[in-house]
Design a protein around this ligand. Structure first.
Ligand SMILES: [Zn+2]
Length: 86
């Protein structure tokens, strides 16, 4: 019983790599390890500027969600309250 040699998480009985890592290995065989590493760096890793952008965007989304929820609550409050007599 061995751990997968790539992820070190899954147990492997026959092969060196678990199913997921075998797929990664196949992709690396097709594109080359340097290209796969470059793609991972480009897509998965973020520099400080990119992190700041992501944080600001996520905070903006949270503010927008809160605004929408507040608007919905306001609208529900208006619907529940009795209408004034004419
Ligand atoms: Zn693995």
């Amino acid at each position: 019983m061995f751990n997968c040699q790539l992820c070190q998480e899954e147990t492997c009985y026959v092969y060196k790599y678990c199913d997921n890592c075998q797929n990664v290995k196949r992709i690396m065989n097709c594109y080359g390890s340097k290209e796969v590493l470059a793609i991972l760096n480009r897509v998965c890793l973020r520099n400080g500027e990119q992190q700041d952008f992501k944080i600001k965007r996520e905070l903006g989304r949270e503010k927008m969600k809160k605004k929408i929820l507040d608007t919905i609550k306001e609208e529900e409050g208006k619907e529940v309250s009795p209408k004034p007599p004419f």
